[in-house]
Ligand binder design. Structure first.
Ligand SMILES: *Cc1c(COP(=O)(O)O)cnc(C)c1O
Ligand code: SF4
Length: 385
C-alpha cells in the first residue's frame, strides 16, 4: 500500500516502521492479496491452530481460548496479528487480541450492558442519550474483536437481527428528530461494510436537512489499514463535514501502514481523532501515553478521549484505578503540547454519559479569590474584578 507523500514530509513518514515481516502462515501470500482488505477480513485468525503458527501460544492462552470462545470469539486480522510479539504473551498487541484467563473472571459488579446503551434506544440500533447527537450502529462486524470491547456481547453476535430494517428505522428516527445534528456512525465497525453501503449511509444522512456533522467511529486504521482505500476516502469527501474517530492504544500500532491510512483520511479533508482506552498492562503508563500521543500528532490524529475501562463483563483484568488516569493527565498537562492532551472520561455505568475527570488545579476559592496551582505545583492567585 503506497501513499504519495510530498517530499518535505517524507522524513516524518520514514520514522514510522512498516509492520514486521509476515509470520510463516502468510509467507506465500502475494502483496496484492495482503493489501486487499477483503482478503484480510476473510483470513482473520480464528482458530488455535492458526494462532500457533503466528506466535508461541502459552498454556494459559490455550486454556483461555477454549473457555472463552463460546462467549466472545477470537478474530484477529493477519495484519494486526503480524504486529504481535512471537515470544512475549504480555505484548500489548497480543493482550488486545488474544484471549486471556482474566476474561473468565466475571465480577458480581460487572454489567452486561455497562453503559445502558440498550435502555436509551428509541429504535433498535440507535442510542439517543445526549440532546443533539446520536450513536448509530450500522454494522455488527469488526475487523478484529478487541478483548477489551465494551460491546463484547453484540459485536461477536453474527446472527444479528435484520440489519437493513434496523438501518431504515434508524434513518427514519433521525429524520423525525430535528434536534439531532451530529451522528456517530458506529458498530461493530461501520467500515467492515462495503463501499456501497458506507456511501448509502453517508448519503442518506447527509440528505437530512438538520444533520450537520457526520462522524465515523472505526478502528480499521489500527487493525486493518488496508481498508482505507483511495476509493473509500473519495466517498468521505462527498459528504463533508465528515469527522473520523479511531482507537489507537499503543505506539506499537503506529506503523507505516497506519500512517498511510491516516494520511489518506486527513488528506480527504476529514478531521481525525483518537479515543484511547486505558488498559492495565497495555498503556497504563504516563510516558507511554505521551509517546503514543506524539506519534498520533505526527499522523495528524488528535487525541480526543482517554476512556476509563468500563464495567463490562470479563474485562476487569484490564481495569486500572482511576488514580492511574489522573496520573497520566497530570503528566501531560503543561509538560507537553496541549494538542497531545485529550479528555480523560469515565463513561458512567447506567447511562449517565461521559464524565470528564481532571486533576484538581483549584487549591482554594473564596469569594473573588481563586488560588490555583500549575503543572509544577506552584501556586498563583487570580482575583475576579
Ligand atoms: C460517546 C457518545 C456520543 C458522542 O459523544 P461526544 O462527547 O460528543 O464525542 C454520543 N452518544 C452516545 C450514546 C455516546 O456514548
Ligand atoms: S473495533 Fe470497537 S466495537 Fe469492534 S471489537 Fe474493537 S472495541 Fe469493540
Amino acid at each position: 500500500m503506497s501513499y504519495k507523500i510530498p517530499k518535505m514530509t517524507r522524513k516524518i513518514r520514514d520514522s514510522f516502521p512498516y509492520a514486521p515481516a509476515r509470520p510463516g502462515l502468510w509467507k506465500k501470500i502475494s502483496d496484492k492479496k495482503w493489501n486487499d482488505w477483503k482478503w484480510q477480513l476473510a483470513h482473520c485468525v480464528r482458530s488455535l491452530e492458526d494462532l500457533e503458527r503466528v506466535v508461541s501460544v502459552t498454556a494459559a492462552e490455550r486454556d483461555a481460548f477454549h473457555r472463552s470462545n463460546e462467549l466472545f470469539k477470537m478474530a484477529i486480522t493477519p495484519y494486526y496479528a503480524s504486529l504481535m510479539d512471537k515470544a512475549d504473551p504480555e505484548c500489548p498487541v497480543r493482550r488486545q487480541s488474544v484471549p486471556h484467563e482474566g476474561e473468565l473472571h466475571i465480577l458480581p459488579t460487572d454489567l452486561e450492558d455497562p453503559l445502558a446503551e440498550e435502555r436509551d434506544m428509541p429504535v433498535p440500533g440507535l442510542t439517543h442519550r445526549y440532546p443533539d447527537r446520536v450513536l448509530f450502529y450500522t454494522s455488527h462486524v469488526c475487523a478484529m474483536f478487541c478483548r477489551h470491547c465494551t460491546r463484547k456481547r453484540k459485536v461477536a453476535d453474527s446472527g444479528s437481527y435484520a440489519v437493513d430494517k434496523q438501518l431504515e428505522d434508524g434513518l427514519r428516527y433521525i429524520a423525525a428528530h430535528k434536534e439531532v445534528r451530529d451522528i456517530v456512525i458506529s458498530g461493530g465497525d461501520p467500515l467492515c461494510s462495503s463501499d456501497d453501503r458506507v456511501e448509502y449511509i453517508l448519503a442518506r444522512l447527509r440528505a437530512i436537512k438538520h444533520i450537520e456533522i457526520l462522524r465515523i467511529g472505526s478502528r480499521v486504521p489500527v487493525t486493518m489499514p488496508q481498508r482505507i482505500t483511495d476509493r473509500l476516502v473519495k466517498i468521505f469527501r462527498k459528504y463533508h463535514p465528515v469527522y473520523f474517530n479511531t482507537h489507537f492504544n499503543h505506539p506499537k500500532e503506529c506503523t507505516r501502514e497506519a500512517f498511510d491510512a491516516c494520511a489518506r483520511i486527513t488528506d480527504a479533508g476529514c478531521s481525525l481523532n483518537n479515543q484511547m482506552v486505558l488498559l492495565k498492562g497495555v498503556n497504563d503508563d504516563p510516558a507511554l501515553v505521551k509517546e503514543l500521543n506524539h506519534r498520533l500528532l505526527l499522523m495528524r490524529v488528535r487525541p480526543y478521549y482517554i476512556f476509563q475501562c468500563d464495567m463490562a463483563q470479563g474485562i476487569s483484568h484490564f481495569r486500572t484505578p482511576v488514580e492511574k488516569g489522573l496520573e497520566i493527565m497530570e503528566a501531560l498537562r503543561g509538560w507537553t503540547s496541549g494538542l497531545a492532551i485529550p479528555y480523560y472520561v469515565i463513561d458512567s455505568p447506567g447511562g449517565g454519559g461521559k464524565i470528564p475527570v481532571l486533576p484538581n488545579y483549584v487549591v482554594s476559592h473564596e469569594g473573588k479569590k481563586w488560588v490555583l496551582r500549575n503543572f509544577r505545583k506552584q501556586e498563583f492567585t487570580y482575583l475576579e474584578p
